[in-house]
Design a protein around this ligand. Structure first.
Ligand code: GLC
Ligand code: CA
Length: 554
Protein backbone atom coordinates (compact mmCIF):
# COMPACT_ATOMS: atom_id res chain seq x y z
CA UNK A 1 0.00 0.00 0.00
CA UNK A 2 1.32 3.43 -0.91
CA UNK A 3 1.69 5.54 2.17
CA UNK A 4 -0.39 8.69 2.45
CA UNK A 5 0.11 11.73 4.65
CA UNK A 6 -3.06 11.07 6.62
CA UNK A 7 -2.64 7.34 7.35
CA UNK A 8 -1.04 7.71 10.76
CA UNK A 9 -3.30 10.55 11.93
CA UNK A 10 -6.10 10.72 14.47
CA UNK A 11 -9.27 12.58 13.54
CA UNK A 12 -11.89 14.35 15.64
CA UNK A 13 -15.37 15.45 14.67
CA UNK A 14 -16.74 18.76 15.90
CA UNK A 15 -20.42 19.57 15.81
CA UNK A 16 -20.00 23.35 15.84
CA UNK A 17 -23.41 24.20 17.20
CA UNK A 18 -22.71 22.23 20.38
CA UNK A 19 -18.97 22.50 20.87
CA UNK A 20 -18.23 25.83 22.52
CA UNK A 21 -20.09 29.12 22.53
CA UNK A 22 -17.76 32.13 22.66
CA UNK A 23 -20.33 34.94 22.75
CA UNK A 24 -23.13 33.75 25.01
CA UNK A 25 -25.88 33.39 22.39
CA UNK A 26 -26.29 29.72 23.28
CA UNK A 27 -24.89 28.47 19.97
CA UNK A 28 -21.42 27.08 19.54
CA UNK A 29 -19.24 28.97 17.06
CA UNK A 30 -15.93 29.08 15.21
CA UNK A 31 -14.17 31.43 17.67
CA UNK A 32 -15.23 28.89 20.31
CA UNK A 33 -13.53 26.13 18.33
CA UNK A 34 -10.37 28.21 17.99
CA UNK A 35 -10.24 28.69 21.73
CA UNK A 36 -10.33 24.92 22.21
CA UNK A 37 -7.62 23.98 19.69
CA UNK A 38 -5.11 23.61 22.49
CA UNK A 39 -7.43 21.17 24.22
CA UNK A 40 -7.52 19.09 21.04
CA UNK A 41 -3.81 19.35 20.48
CA UNK A 42 -3.19 18.16 24.01
CA UNK A 43 -5.39 15.14 23.28
CA UNK A 44 -3.27 14.37 20.21
CA UNK A 45 -5.70 15.23 17.43
CA UNK A 46 -4.36 15.94 13.91
CA UNK A 47 -7.43 16.19 11.71
CA UNK A 48 -10.60 18.06 12.63
CA UNK A 49 -13.84 17.53 10.74
CA UNK A 50 -16.38 20.31 11.20
CA UNK A 51 -20.01 19.51 10.63
CA UNK A 52 -21.41 22.24 8.35
CA UNK A 53 -21.06 25.87 9.32
CA UNK A 54 -21.95 27.39 5.94
CA UNK A 55 -24.80 29.85 5.64
CA UNK A 56 -27.96 27.87 6.30
CA UNK A 57 -31.49 28.13 7.67
CA UNK A 58 -30.47 25.20 9.92
CA UNK A 59 -33.57 23.17 9.03
CA UNK A 60 -31.32 20.11 9.29
CA UNK A 61 -28.69 21.79 11.46
CA UNK A 62 -26.61 23.11 8.58
CA UNK A 63 -26.95 20.11 6.28
CA UNK A 64 -29.14 22.46 4.26
CA UNK A 65 -26.82 25.04 2.74
CA UNK A 66 -28.07 28.32 1.29
CA UNK A 67 -24.63 29.69 0.39
CA UNK A 68 -21.61 27.45 -0.15
CA UNK A 69 -19.28 30.46 -0.14
CA UNK A 70 -20.29 31.90 3.19
CA UNK A 71 -20.23 31.12 6.90
CA UNK A 72 -23.48 31.31 8.82
CA UNK A 73 -23.38 34.40 11.07
CA UNK A 74 -24.44 32.23 14.01
CA UNK A 75 -21.16 30.35 13.63
CA UNK A 76 -18.98 33.36 12.86
CA UNK A 77 -17.48 35.02 9.80
CA UNK A 78 -15.28 34.02 6.89
CA UNK A 79 -12.39 35.69 8.74
CA UNK A 80 -13.04 33.42 11.71
CA UNK A 81 -12.92 30.41 9.40
CA UNK A 82 -9.66 31.56 7.84
CA UNK A 83 -8.24 32.15 11.28
CA UNK A 84 -9.29 28.65 12.34
CA UNK A 85 -7.49 27.12 9.35
CA UNK A 86 -4.39 29.19 10.13
CA UNK A 87 -4.43 28.44 13.87
CA UNK A 88 -4.85 24.75 13.13
CA UNK A 89 -1.94 24.85 10.72
CA UNK A 90 0.27 26.38 13.41
CA UNK A 91 -0.46 23.28 15.48
CA UNK A 92 0.10 20.88 12.55
CA UNK A 93 -3.59 20.21 12.37
CA UNK A 94 -5.81 19.97 9.33
CA UNK A 95 -9.37 21.23 9.00
CA UNK A 96 -11.98 19.29 7.05
CA UNK A 97 -15.27 20.82 6.11
CA UNK A 98 -18.46 18.91 5.42
CA UNK A 99 -19.30 18.67 1.74
CA UNK A 100 -23.08 18.60 1.46
CA UNK A 101 -23.82 18.41 -2.24
CA UNK A 102 -26.54 15.83 -2.69
CA UNK A 103 -28.89 18.69 -1.91
CA UNK A 104 -28.82 22.36 -1.02
CA UNK A 105 -31.32 24.46 0.90
CA UNK A 106 -34.61 25.63 -0.53
CA UNK A 107 -33.30 29.08 0.41
CA UNK A 108 -30.31 28.77 -1.94
CA UNK A 109 -30.48 31.19 -4.85
CA UNK A 110 -30.43 28.30 -7.35
CA UNK A 111 -33.66 27.04 -5.89
CA UNK A 112 -35.23 30.48 -5.76
CA UNK A 113 -34.39 30.97 -9.44
CA UNK A 114 -35.83 27.54 -10.22
CA UNK A 115 -39.10 28.64 -8.66
CA UNK A 116 -39.10 31.82 -10.71
CA UNK A 117 -38.43 30.01 -13.97
CA UNK A 118 -38.77 26.25 -13.68
CA UNK A 119 -38.12 25.75 -17.39
CA UNK A 120 -34.97 27.87 -17.34
CA UNK A 121 -31.37 27.09 -16.47
CA UNK A 122 -31.93 26.61 -12.73
CA UNK A 123 -34.95 24.38 -13.13
CA UNK A 124 -32.51 21.83 -14.46
CA UNK A 125 -30.40 22.14 -11.28
CA UNK A 126 -33.07 20.09 -9.51
CA UNK A 127 -35.37 17.16 -10.18
CA UNK A 128 -38.63 18.76 -11.23
CA UNK A 129 -41.72 16.95 -12.44
CA UNK A 130 -45.12 18.21 -13.56
CA UNK A 131 -47.66 18.05 -10.83
CA UNK A 132 -50.53 15.62 -11.40
CA UNK A 133 -53.67 15.68 -9.29
CA UNK A 134 -53.79 12.82 -6.79
CA UNK A 135 -50.58 11.25 -8.01
CA UNK A 136 -46.92 11.66 -7.08
CA UNK A 137 -44.10 11.25 -9.62
CA UNK A 138 -42.78 8.30 -7.54
CA UNK A 139 -43.75 6.57 -4.31
CA UNK A 140 -40.45 7.01 -2.44
CA UNK A 141 -40.36 7.83 1.26
CA UNK A 142 -37.94 10.53 2.31
CA UNK A 143 -35.34 9.74 4.98
CA UNK A 144 -37.11 12.08 7.37
CA UNK A 145 -40.59 10.74 6.62
CA UNK A 146 -43.35 11.48 4.11
CA UNK A 147 -43.09 11.50 0.32
CA UNK A 148 -39.98 12.84 -1.40
CA UNK A 149 -42.06 15.21 -3.57
CA UNK A 150 -43.13 18.70 -2.63
CA UNK A 151 -44.84 21.42 -4.65
CA UNK A 152 -42.41 23.86 -6.21
CA UNK A 153 -43.75 27.17 -4.88
CA UNK A 154 -45.51 29.33 -7.44
CA UNK A 155 -45.34 26.72 -10.21
CA UNK A 156 -47.24 23.69 -11.46
CA UNK A 157 -44.28 21.44 -10.70
CA UNK A 158 -42.96 19.35 -7.85
CA UNK A 159 -39.37 18.86 -6.74
CA UNK A 160 -37.53 15.88 -5.31
CA UNK A 161 -36.04 15.83 -1.81
CA UNK A 162 -34.66 12.56 -0.46
CA UNK A 163 -34.14 14.27 2.90
CA UNK A 164 -36.20 17.12 4.37
CA UNK A 165 -38.43 19.26 2.15
CA UNK A 166 -36.04 22.13 2.84
CA UNK A 167 -33.26 20.05 1.23
CA UNK A 168 -34.01 19.84 -2.53
CA UNK A 169 -31.84 17.28 -4.33
CA UNK A 170 -29.36 18.68 -6.83
CA UNK A 171 -29.42 17.19 -10.30
CA UNK A 172 -25.96 15.68 -10.74
CA UNK A 173 -26.87 14.55 -14.25
CA UNK A 174 -26.60 18.21 -15.23
CA UNK A 175 -22.93 19.08 -15.98
CA UNK A 176 -23.52 22.69 -14.93
CA UNK A 177 -24.41 21.53 -11.42
CA UNK A 178 -21.23 19.47 -11.22
CA UNK A 179 -19.14 22.41 -12.44
CA UNK A 180 -20.57 24.62 -9.72
CA UNK A 181 -19.77 22.02 -7.09
CA UNK A 182 -16.19 21.45 -8.25
CA UNK A 183 -15.61 25.19 -8.38
CA UNK A 184 -16.73 25.50 -4.78
CA UNK A 185 -14.62 22.57 -3.57
CA UNK A 186 -11.52 24.03 -5.18
CA UNK A 187 -12.29 27.47 -3.78
CA UNK A 188 -12.24 25.99 -0.28
CA UNK A 189 -9.17 23.87 -0.90
CA UNK A 190 -7.40 27.03 -2.07
CA UNK A 191 -8.08 28.43 1.38
CA UNK A 192 -5.94 25.70 2.85
CA UNK A 193 -8.42 23.07 3.95
CA UNK A 194 -7.09 19.57 4.48
CA UNK A 195 -10.10 18.12 2.73
CA UNK A 196 -13.70 17.13 3.21
CA UNK A 197 -16.08 14.71 4.81
CA UNK A 198 -18.54 13.94 2.08
CA UNK A 199 -22.16 13.86 3.10
CA UNK A 200 -24.80 11.43 1.92
CA UNK A 201 -22.89 11.02 -1.32
CA UNK A 202 -24.37 7.73 -2.47
CA UNK A 203 -27.67 9.52 -3.00
CA UNK A 204 -26.41 11.65 -5.88
CA UNK A 205 -27.13 8.94 -8.45
CA UNK A 206 -30.79 8.21 -8.97
CA UNK A 207 -32.06 5.19 -10.91
CA UNK A 208 -33.36 6.66 -14.14
CA UNK A 209 -36.02 6.89 -15.35
CA UNK A 210 -37.56 7.56 -11.94
CA UNK A 211 -40.13 4.89 -11.10
CA UNK A 212 -42.14 3.34 -8.27
CA UNK A 213 -40.87 0.53 -6.05
CA UNK A 214 -42.67 -2.03 -3.92
CA UNK A 215 -44.27 -0.23 -0.91
CA UNK A 216 -42.87 -1.38 2.45
CA UNK A 217 -44.97 0.39 5.09
CA UNK A 218 -48.63 1.16 5.67
CA UNK A 219 -48.04 4.62 4.21
CA UNK A 220 -47.82 2.94 0.79
CA UNK A 221 -44.36 4.38 0.19
CA UNK A 222 -41.08 2.66 -0.55
CA UNK A 223 -37.74 3.20 1.16
CA UNK A 224 -35.26 5.20 -0.92
CA UNK A 225 -32.80 2.34 -0.45
CA UNK A 226 -34.63 0.29 -3.06
CA UNK A 227 -34.16 2.99 -5.66
CA UNK A 228 -30.50 3.46 -4.71
CA UNK A 229 -29.79 -0.27 -5.00
CA UNK A 230 -31.22 -0.02 -8.50
CA UNK A 231 -29.04 2.94 -9.51
CA UNK A 232 -25.72 2.39 -11.20
CA UNK A 233 -23.03 4.73 -12.39
CA UNK A 234 -22.37 6.82 -9.30
CA UNK A 235 -18.67 6.09 -9.87
CA UNK A 236 -18.63 8.23 -13.02
CA UNK A 237 -19.58 11.27 -10.96
CA UNK A 238 -17.30 10.40 -8.06
CA UNK A 239 -14.28 9.78 -10.27
CA UNK A 240 -14.83 13.05 -12.07
CA UNK A 241 -15.13 14.90 -8.76
CA UNK A 242 -11.90 13.31 -7.49
CA UNK A 243 -9.97 14.24 -10.63
CA UNK A 244 -11.30 17.77 -10.82
CA UNK A 245 -10.79 18.59 -7.14
CA UNK A 246 -9.19 16.51 -4.36
CA UNK A 247 -6.57 14.84 -6.48
CA UNK A 248 -4.91 18.06 -7.55
CA UNK A 249 -4.47 19.09 -3.93
CA UNK A 250 -3.62 15.70 -2.43
CA UNK A 251 -6.58 16.50 -0.21
CA UNK A 252 -8.14 14.05 2.21
CA UNK A 253 -11.69 12.89 1.62
CA UNK A 254 -13.84 10.62 3.72
CA UNK A 255 -17.12 9.42 2.29
CA UNK A 256 -20.35 8.85 4.12
CA UNK A 257 -21.09 5.73 2.14
CA UNK A 258 -23.84 3.28 3.00
CA UNK A 259 -24.73 0.06 1.23
CA UNK A 260 -21.74 0.00 -1.08
CA UNK A 261 -21.36 -3.16 -3.07
CA UNK A 262 -18.42 -5.25 -1.91
CA UNK A 263 -16.94 -5.60 -5.38
CA UNK A 264 -16.87 -1.80 -5.65
CA UNK A 265 -14.63 -1.29 -2.61
CA UNK A 266 -11.40 -0.97 -4.63
CA UNK A 267 -13.00 1.74 -6.76
CA UNK A 268 -14.13 3.60 -3.66
CA UNK A 269 -11.08 3.45 -1.41
CA UNK A 270 -8.42 1.47 -3.25
CA UNK A 271 -5.37 3.10 -4.82
CA UNK A 272 -6.71 6.13 -6.69
CA UNK A 273 -10.14 5.49 -5.22
CA UNK A 274 -12.92 8.04 -5.32
CA UNK A 275 -12.22 8.81 -1.66
CA UNK A 276 -9.22 8.59 0.63
CA UNK A 277 -11.33 6.53 2.99
CA UNK A 278 -14.90 5.93 4.03
CA UNK A 279 -16.65 5.32 7.32
CA UNK A 280 -17.43 1.86 8.56
CA UNK A 281 -21.10 1.84 9.51
CA UNK A 282 -21.41 -1.91 9.95
CA UNK A 283 -21.97 -1.62 13.71
CA UNK A 284 -24.23 1.41 13.48
CA UNK A 285 -26.65 -0.16 11.02
CA UNK A 286 -26.77 -3.48 12.88
CA UNK A 287 -30.27 -4.39 14.05
CA UNK A 288 -31.92 -1.67 11.98
CA UNK A 289 -35.47 -2.32 10.84
CA UNK A 290 -37.31 -1.16 7.74
CA UNK A 291 -40.25 -0.43 10.02
CA UNK A 292 -38.45 2.19 12.06
CA UNK A 293 -36.47 2.74 15.26
CA UNK A 294 -39.17 1.23 17.45
CA UNK A 295 -38.55 -2.15 15.80
CA UNK A 296 -34.73 -2.11 15.87
CA UNK A 297 -32.87 -4.92 17.63
CA UNK A 298 -30.20 -4.12 20.22
CA UNK A 299 -26.60 -5.06 19.51
CA UNK A 300 -24.78 -7.50 21.80
CA UNK A 301 -21.03 -7.66 22.44
CA UNK A 302 -20.80 -10.71 20.16
CA UNK A 303 -22.63 -8.84 17.41
CA UNK A 304 -20.35 -5.87 17.84
CA UNK A 305 -17.28 -8.05 17.45
CA UNK A 306 -18.74 -9.76 14.41
CA UNK A 307 -19.51 -6.43 12.74
CA UNK A 308 -15.99 -5.08 13.31
CA UNK A 309 -14.29 -8.21 12.04
CA UNK A 310 -16.60 -8.45 9.05
CA UNK A 311 -15.51 -5.01 7.91
CA UNK A 312 -11.87 -5.70 8.59
CA UNK A 313 -12.01 -8.87 6.48
CA UNK A 314 -13.89 -7.16 3.69
CA UNK A 315 -11.46 -4.24 3.47
CA UNK A 316 -8.29 -6.30 4.01
CA UNK A 317 -5.53 -4.27 2.43
CA UNK A 318 -7.71 -2.79 -0.28
CA UNK A 319 -7.57 0.51 1.55
CA UNK A 320 -8.17 2.33 4.78
CA UNK A 321 -11.52 2.38 6.48
CA UNK A 322 -12.44 5.09 9.02
CA UNK A 323 -13.54 3.70 12.36
CA UNK A 324 -16.08 5.43 14.55
CA UNK A 325 -17.90 4.69 17.77
CA UNK A 326 -20.43 7.45 17.19
CA UNK A 327 -21.10 10.63 15.24
CA UNK A 328 -23.70 13.40 15.14
CA UNK A 329 -26.26 11.05 13.58
CA UNK A 330 -25.96 8.28 16.12
CA UNK A 331 -26.61 7.75 19.80
CA UNK A 332 -23.59 7.75 22.11
CA UNK A 333 -21.55 4.60 21.51
CA UNK A 334 -21.02 3.80 25.17
CA UNK A 335 -24.80 3.71 25.70
CA UNK A 336 -25.28 1.59 22.63
CA UNK A 337 -22.46 -0.92 22.62
CA UNK A 338 -22.02 -1.50 26.36
CA UNK A 339 -24.71 -3.73 27.87
CA UNK A 340 -27.32 -1.80 29.84
CA UNK A 341 -26.32 -0.95 33.37
CA UNK A 342 -22.64 -1.59 32.72
CA UNK A 343 -21.54 1.84 31.50
CA UNK A 344 -18.56 2.77 33.66
CA UNK A 345 -15.06 4.15 33.08
CA UNK A 346 -13.61 0.63 32.63
CA UNK A 347 -16.14 -0.48 30.03
CA UNK A 348 -15.86 2.84 28.21
CA UNK A 349 -12.10 2.45 28.00
CA UNK A 350 -12.45 -1.11 26.78
CA UNK A 351 -14.75 -0.04 23.97
CA UNK A 352 -12.41 2.80 23.10
CA UNK A 353 -9.39 0.52 22.76
CA UNK A 354 -11.23 -2.22 20.85
CA UNK A 355 -12.32 0.32 18.28
CA UNK A 356 -9.16 2.42 18.23
CA UNK A 357 -6.80 -0.48 17.62
CA UNK A 358 -8.70 -1.71 14.55
CA UNK A 359 -6.91 -1.19 11.29
CA UNK A 360 -7.91 2.13 9.78
CA UNK A 361 -8.20 5.77 10.66
CA UNK A 362 -9.76 6.48 14.07
CA UNK A 363 -12.34 9.27 14.34
CA UNK A 364 -13.40 10.54 17.75
CA UNK A 365 -16.67 12.43 18.05
CA UNK A 366 -16.72 15.38 20.44
CA UNK A 367 -17.30 14.23 24.00
CA UNK A 368 -16.58 10.59 23.17
CA UNK A 369 -13.18 11.08 24.77
CA UNK A 370 -15.01 11.94 28.01
CA UNK A 371 -17.33 8.96 27.83
CA UNK A 372 -20.41 11.11 27.23
CA UNK A 373 -23.63 9.10 27.39
CA UNK A 374 -27.15 9.13 25.96
CA UNK A 375 -29.60 11.67 27.29
CA UNK A 376 -32.50 10.64 29.56
CA UNK A 377 -35.10 12.64 27.59
CA UNK A 378 -38.18 13.06 29.80
CA UNK A 379 -40.55 13.95 26.99
CA UNK A 380 -40.53 14.35 23.23
CA UNK A 381 -40.64 18.13 23.77
CA UNK A 382 -37.00 17.96 24.83
CA UNK A 383 -36.03 16.59 21.42
CA UNK A 384 -35.13 18.93 18.55
CA UNK A 385 -33.89 16.58 15.81
CA UNK A 386 -36.22 16.26 12.81
CA UNK A 387 -35.51 12.60 12.26
CA UNK A 388 -36.29 11.74 15.90
CA UNK A 389 -39.59 13.58 15.69
CA UNK A 390 -40.48 11.59 12.60
CA UNK A 391 -39.48 8.27 14.18
CA UNK A 392 -41.61 9.13 17.21
CA UNK A 393 -44.59 9.61 14.93
CA UNK A 394 -43.86 6.41 13.02
CA UNK A 395 -43.76 4.47 16.29
CA UNK A 396 -47.09 5.91 17.46
CA UNK A 397 -48.68 5.16 14.10
CA UNK A 398 -47.47 1.58 14.35
CA UNK A 399 -49.36 1.22 17.63
CA UNK A 400 -46.63 1.91 20.20
CA UNK A 401 -47.63 3.70 23.40
CA UNK A 402 -46.16 7.19 23.86
CA UNK A 403 -43.72 5.72 26.39
CA UNK A 404 -42.59 3.00 23.94
CA UNK A 405 -42.20 5.59 21.21
CA UNK A 406 -40.18 7.82 23.51
CA UNK A 407 -38.02 4.85 24.44
CA UNK A 408 -37.16 4.29 20.79
CA UNK A 409 -36.18 7.94 20.54
CA UNK A 410 -34.09 7.68 23.71
CA UNK A 411 -32.19 4.77 22.22
CA UNK A 412 -31.52 6.19 18.79
CA UNK A 413 -32.07 9.94 18.74
CA UNK A 414 -29.41 11.97 16.98
CA UNK A 415 -29.83 14.51 19.78
CA UNK A 416 -28.09 12.08 22.14
CA UNK A 417 -24.88 13.20 20.48
CA UNK A 418 -25.91 16.80 19.88
CA UNK A 419 -26.24 18.06 23.43
CA UNK A 420 -23.55 20.57 24.41
CA UNK A 421 -20.01 19.39 24.95
CA UNK A 422 -19.44 18.95 28.68
CA UNK A 423 -16.54 21.20 29.54
CA UNK A 424 -17.02 21.80 33.25
CA UNK A 425 -19.34 21.02 36.16
CA UNK A 426 -20.45 24.67 36.11
CA UNK A 427 -23.68 26.04 34.73
CA UNK A 428 -24.64 24.68 31.29
CA UNK A 429 -21.64 22.37 31.41
CA UNK A 430 -19.43 25.38 30.74
CA UNK A 431 -20.64 25.38 27.13
CA UNK A 432 -22.28 28.79 27.17
CA UNK A 433 -22.91 31.71 29.49
CA UNK A 434 -26.31 32.14 27.81
CA UNK A 435 -29.28 29.87 27.21
CA UNK A 436 -28.02 26.75 25.37
CA UNK A 437 -29.94 25.88 22.17
CA UNK A 438 -30.25 22.30 23.47
CA UNK A 439 -30.11 21.41 27.15
CA UNK A 440 -26.95 19.69 28.31
CA UNK A 441 -27.11 16.12 29.54
CA UNK A 442 -27.78 16.43 33.31
CA UNK A 443 -24.81 14.14 34.01
CA UNK A 444 -22.36 16.96 33.12
CA UNK A 445 -21.76 17.54 36.82
CA UNK A 446 -19.89 14.22 36.94
CA UNK A 447 -18.80 13.76 33.31
CA UNK A 448 -16.84 16.77 32.06
CA UNK A 449 -13.50 17.72 30.58
CA UNK A 450 -12.29 19.81 33.52
CA UNK A 451 -12.49 16.93 35.96
CA UNK A 452 -10.84 14.51 33.54
CA UNK A 453 -7.99 16.52 32.11
CA UNK A 454 -5.66 16.13 35.03
CA UNK A 455 -6.91 12.78 36.27
CA UNK A 456 -4.54 10.06 35.01
CA UNK A 457 -7.29 7.45 35.35
CA UNK A 458 -10.00 9.30 33.46
CA UNK A 459 -11.54 8.13 30.21
CA UNK A 460 -9.97 11.13 28.53
CA UNK A 461 -6.52 10.24 29.80
CA UNK A 462 -7.04 6.72 28.47
CA UNK A 463 -7.89 8.13 25.03
CA UNK A 464 -4.75 10.20 25.25
CA UNK A 465 -2.72 7.09 25.93
CA UNK A 466 -4.33 5.27 23.02
CA UNK A 467 -3.47 8.18 20.74
CA UNK A 468 0.12 8.38 21.89
CA UNK A 469 0.49 4.62 21.45
CA UNK A 470 -0.63 5.00 17.82
CA UNK A 471 2.01 7.70 17.40
CA UNK A 472 4.78 5.96 19.29
CA UNK A 473 7.59 5.46 16.73
CA UNK A 474 8.17 1.94 18.04
CA UNK A 475 4.60 0.74 17.40
CA UNK A 476 3.28 3.12 14.80
CA UNK A 477 4.14 1.00 11.78
CA UNK A 478 2.35 -2.00 13.27
CA UNK A 479 -0.70 -0.10 14.48
CA UNK A 480 -1.14 1.86 11.28
CA UNK A 481 -0.20 -0.69 8.64
CA UNK A 482 -0.09 -4.07 10.39
CA UNK A 483 -2.59 -6.75 9.53
CA UNK A 484 -5.50 -7.57 11.80
CA UNK A 485 -6.18 -11.18 12.75
CA UNK A 486 -9.05 -12.14 15.04
CA UNK A 487 -8.29 -14.55 17.85
CA UNK A 488 -10.63 -16.77 19.90
CA UNK A 489 -13.38 -15.57 17.64
CA UNK A 490 -16.01 -17.95 19.00
CA UNK A 491 -15.49 -17.06 22.65
CA UNK A 492 -18.60 -15.42 24.08
CA UNK A 493 -18.23 -11.82 25.25
CA UNK A 494 -14.58 -11.69 24.39
CA UNK A 495 -13.10 -9.64 21.59
CA UNK A 496 -9.48 -10.21 20.77
CA UNK A 497 -7.24 -9.65 17.78
CA UNK A 498 -3.65 -9.48 16.73
CA UNK A 499 -2.09 -6.56 14.99
CA UNK A 500 0.93 -7.86 13.14
CA UNK A 501 3.62 -5.76 11.54
CA UNK A 502 7.24 -5.47 12.59
CA UNK A 503 5.83 -6.14 16.07
CA UNK A 504 3.12 -8.50 17.19
CA UNK A 505 0.46 -6.92 19.37
CA UNK A 506 -2.49 -8.62 20.96
CA UNK A 507 -5.62 -6.71 21.97
CA UNK A 508 -7.89 -8.56 24.42
CA UNK A 509 -11.16 -7.17 25.73
CA UNK A 510 -13.31 -8.92 28.31
CA UNK A 511 -16.62 -7.64 27.02
CA UNK A 512 -18.70 -8.51 30.07
CA UNK A 513 -19.16 -7.86 33.77
CA UNK A 514 -17.88 -11.28 34.90
CA UNK A 515 -14.26 -12.23 34.96
CA UNK A 516 -12.94 -14.46 32.20
CA UNK A 517 -9.68 -16.33 31.59
CA UNK A 518 -7.71 -16.84 28.42
CA UNK A 519 -4.54 -18.75 27.67
CA UNK A 520 -2.11 -16.65 25.71
CA UNK A 521 -0.68 -18.24 22.56
CA UNK A 522 2.81 -17.23 23.67
CA UNK A 523 4.42 -15.24 26.47
CA UNK A 524 4.15 -11.49 26.31
CA UNK A 525 7.00 -9.02 26.47
CA UNK A 526 5.21 -5.93 27.60
CA UNK A 527 1.86 -4.52 28.62
CA UNK A 528 1.30 -1.51 26.39
CA UNK A 529 -2.06 -0.52 27.79
CA UNK A 530 -4.32 -1.75 30.57
CA UNK A 531 -7.48 -0.14 31.94
CA UNK A 532 -6.81 -1.65 35.37
CA UNK A 533 -3.81 -1.01 37.61
CA UNK A 534 -2.99 -4.72 37.57
CA UNK A 535 -3.09 -7.83 35.44
CA UNK A 536 -3.74 -11.28 36.85
CA UNK A 537 -1.56 -13.85 35.11
CA UNK A 538 -0.30 -17.32 35.98
CA UNK A 539 1.99 -18.72 33.36
CA UNK A 540 0.16 -18.13 30.11
CA UNK A 541 -3.22 -17.91 31.77
CA UNK A 542 -4.59 -14.43 32.14
CA UNK A 543 -7.72 -13.74 34.15
CA UNK A 544 -9.40 -10.57 33.00
CA UNK A 545 -11.40 -8.33 35.30
CA UNK A 546 -14.80 -6.96 34.46
CA UNK A 547 -14.45 -5.13 31.11
CA UNK A 548 -10.69 -5.29 31.28
CA UNK A 549 -8.79 -4.42 28.11
CA UNK A 550 -5.17 -5.33 27.54
CA UNK A 551 -2.89 -4.38 24.72
CA UNK A 552 0.11 -6.68 24.90
CA UNK A 553 3.27 -6.90 22.91
CA UNK A 554 4.09 -10.56 22.32
C1 GLC B 1 -25.97 12.95 6.47
C2 GLC B 1 -25.68 13.78 7.69
C3 GLC B 1 -26.96 14.02 8.42
C4 GLC B 1 -27.89 14.77 7.52
C5 GLC B 1 -28.05 14.07 6.17
C6 GLC B 1 -28.62 15.00 5.16
O1 GLC B 1 -26.44 11.69 6.79
O2 GLC B 1 -24.71 13.17 8.47
O3 GLC B 1 -26.77 14.71 9.63
O4 GLC B 1 -29.13 14.92 8.12
O5 GLC B 1 -26.85 13.62 5.63
O6 GLC B 1 -27.68 15.95 4.77
CA1 CA C 1 -22.15 31.70 19.80
Amino acid sequence: MNKKWWHDKVAYQIYPKSFYDSNGDGIGDIPGIISKLDYLQDLGIDIIWLSPCYRSPLADQGYDISDYYDIDPRFGTMEDMERLIAEAKKRNMYILMDLVVNHCSDEHEWFKKACEDPDGKYGNFFYLRDKKEGELPTNWRSYFGGPVWEDLPGTSKQYLHLFHKKQPDLNWENPEVREEIYKNINWWLDKGLGGFRIDAIINIKKALPLRDYEPDRVDGLSSVHKMLADASGVGTFLGEMRDRTFKKYDAFSVGEVFNEKEEELPEFIGENGYFSTMFDFNETIFGGSEKGWYDAAPITPDDYKKCCFETQRKIGDIGFVSNIIENHDEPRGVSRYIPEGDCCPESKKMLAALNFMLRGLPFIYQGQELGMENVPFRSIEEVDDISSLDEYKVALEAGCTPEEALNAVRRFSRDNARTPMQWTSGENAGFTTGEPWLKPNPNYTSINAASQENDPDSVRSFYKKLISLRKNPEYKETIVYGTLEPLWEDRHNLMAYYRKGDKTLLVIGNYQRDMQSVTLPSPFRKILLNNYPDMTAEGLTVTLHSYQILILEL
